[in-house]
Design a protein around this ligand. Sequence first.
Ligand code: C5P
Length: 231
Amino acid sequence: MISTNIPVIAIDGPSGAGKGAICCRLAKQLGWHTLDSGAIYRVLALAAHHNKVSLEDETALATLAINLKVHFYPLPDLSGTQIILEGQDVSFSLRSESCGAAASQIATSPAVRQALLGRQRAFRTAPGLVADGRDMGTVVFPEAPIKIFLTASIEERAQRRYKQLINIGIDAKLSNLAIEIAERDKRDSTRTIAPLIAAADAYVIDTTGMSIEKVVARVSSIVQGLNVTLN
Ligand code: C5P
């Protein structure tokens, strides 16, 4: 049974808004766990590819989702997570834009989302969880005491994604990234189930032109300013 007494900070927003970096830094400051929910959708997309399951076959995808043998290990410096799928390190291959696009495609399926719900909620362990995704504050942890919604202009998000990919050695083209991000935004925010939307009680922060440090400081000040018990 998963305890709802364990605090959660839900960080949602579109692709490239900086959620992952903010989530890791905040969790490090607090000494909490992290959940990169997008990685779970990406892992499922990759597993579907490995197992030759069609991205349109919702029933087969949901079965695959329930049986996925995947493990998440935080890196020693807490800057990210090593992801092992069926004994294989997929941390790198998950990051490609094609994997992100496939993840976004399967994420439109209600059966898939339902099958992945318990797996995401299981990350809620003491002393607390910083969870990032699209529906952390609206569906997965609607009772989270702190909800943040990060946005930024498409141009800036494409730039950030470009730098991230180049840094980890994945070839990318800035103009293509802007188009792919815009497509992903559209699909994520117009799907009928768990669309990308800020929870009514979320703090919305437009991070265009802000450094990661500035965003972390802003989120930390919101966390400190809120009268909620975090420990
Ligand atoms: O965040 P990331 O780019 O890794 O997510 C990949 C895709 O997974 C997103 O475009 C989105 O469609 C889907 N996703 C989702 N709900 C989440 C996290 C990710 O639908 N909580």
